[in-house]
Design a protein around this ligand. Structure first.
Ligand code: SAJ
Length: 418
């Protein structure tokens, strides 16, 4: 049994803390957000993630997980899982990591381990953390172990991926890597690979960048297809028959707090990151591309009513951070459109019409932004009765074209040219 402090009990820290607690460790979540701390101490969670609520309830009632607004002293491990947002100029905002490391300084003891889980620009451990941790007076690497072990969990499948994914542990020396590896062995069934802290930072960033660049390619294909009169979804299906090709899916853009931000950390640090930068620009251009498509379908946007179905950054989760459909919403309103939104997952975070059909009232166009399961069996005849216009734009190749046309509506698909 180890004593562990998890700093930041959000989308990454909370499941990590709960997972360690479920293996019998004594875990304290440290967060400045009193609402999150109080909820956790009541055994409740304030985010949506399958299975997490039950697990938290269980480990809190067993006394293995609690939370507080100050950093606990003298524990075996301090895991930093705070956000690393980007500034307006696309550089990393490392203030949360910096203040977390500063908070740890008076709390660690000889033999403690400090682990950075937050996705960070290359050299963060070496250049930002180590100079601060030097203030502990402990011999770094001998009396205080330091490593980067990036989180790689997929929102929506967090608990499963925490357990089954392989893990990278990048220590500042071999001893740090070994200490941290043995800690994670208690929760990870996948293989744990040891490397240096800077290599671990690069690995995490390149994983998300790999996905971003590939989505950018799919989005570029969607644009070219509209221009050249091709259905990109058919191209993808057929091209992917090739044993070494796997084109991803286009959509209204890339959102979330990871893939939409992390590649910028490489662009900030290296002038060679040209393809990476262009991919970010491509993906960020998608909300505007969808806006232009809506405008051309409706012959203008001023005074038109647009129904947006789904605004979270991906299906079946409640997270709206960096969501491209949220950007689209703002842009539509800026152009004078009246926007009605229905998102069964975003809850009260937005001005939400929880009923799909009331969101369709007087609508000129239905735009499917996110393919939540709840949108799989929309009654389009009922929607058509409520609508003013007759268009449906599917940005995810998710809706049933036949059903839509049967209801007398016209189906448009992102990435399908005429
Ligand atoms: N998207 C597309 N087309 C696709 C796939 C995704 O447009 O073919 C869009 C989604 O709609 C969404 C965005 O990309 O807006 C990102 O979604 P995602 O499911 O690809 O990834 P995230 O951001 O939820 O989680 C990623 C994961 N990274 C990788 O798969 C390499 C996860 O493993 C990481 O732990 C997570 O980032 C993170 O925290 O860094």
């Amino acid at each position: 049994m180890k004593t562990i402090c998890v700093i930041g009990i959000g989308y990454v820290g909370l499941p990590t803390a709960a997972m360690f607690a479920s293996k019998g460790h004594k875990v304290i979540g440290y967060d400045l957000n009193e609402k999150a701390v109080n909820a956790l101490n009541r055994g409740e969670i304030i985010i949506e993630e399958p299975g997490l609520g039950d697990l938290v309830k269980k480990v809190v009632s067993q006394g293995n997980l609690s939370a507080q607004t100050s950093c606990p002293k003298g524990l075996d491990a301090y895991i930093i899982a705070v956000p690393t947002p980007i500034n307006e100029d696309k550089t990393a905002d490392m203030r949360f990591v910096e203040s977390a490391v500063n908070a740890i300084v008076p709390c660690v003891r000889k033999g403690s381990a400090v682990i950075l889980e937050s996705t960070s620009p290359p050299r963060t451990v070496e250049d930002l953390m180590l100079p601060i941790l030097a203030k502990t007076g402990l011999k770094i690497g001998e009396e205080l172990y330091v490593a980067h072990s990036p989180e790689r969990i997929l929102p929506g499948k967090v608990l499963e991926e925490l357990r089954t994914n392989s893990r990278i542990v990048g220590g500042i020396n071999q001893k740090s890597s070994e200490v941290v590896k043995s800690l994670y062995e208690s929760i990870v069934e996948g293989e744990i690979f040891i490397t240096t802290s800077t290599t671990a930072e690069m690995c995490k960033l390149m994983e998300n960048t790999f996905r971003d660049v590939n989505i950018a390619l799919a989005n570029e294909l969607a644009k070219m297809s509209e221009e050249l009169g091709v259905n990109c979804w058919e191209v993808i299906k057929l091209a992917n028959q090739h044993p070494r090709v796997n084109i991803l899916s286009p959509g209204p853009g890339v959102g979330g707090h990871c893939i939409a931000l992390d590649p910028w950390f490489l662009v900030e640090k290296s002038a060679n990151a040209k393809l990476i930068k262009q991919s970010r620009i491509n993906n960020d251009s998608m909300p505007m591309f969808v806006l232009n498509k809506i405008e051309s379908i409706l012959n203008g946007l001023e005074g038109k009513t647009v129904t947006l179905l789904g605004v979270t950054y991906k299906p079946n989760i409640d997270d709206i951070r960096e969501s491209p459909v949220m950007h689209l919403w703002k842009m539509l309103e800026k152009e004078g459109a009246n926007v009605k939104v229905c998102d069964p997952h975003a809850g009260e975070k937005i001005n939400n019409n929880f009923d799909i059909y009331s969101a369709c009232e007087n609508s000129d166009i239905i735009v499917l932004g996110v393919n939540h399961d709840q949108f799989a069996d929309i009654d389009f005849s009922l929607a058509a009765e409520k609508m003013n216009g007759c268009s449906v734009l599917d940005t995810r190749n998710f809706l049933n074209e036949q059903e839509i046309e049967k209801a007398g509506l016209k189906y448009y698909l992102l990435g399908k040219g005429n």
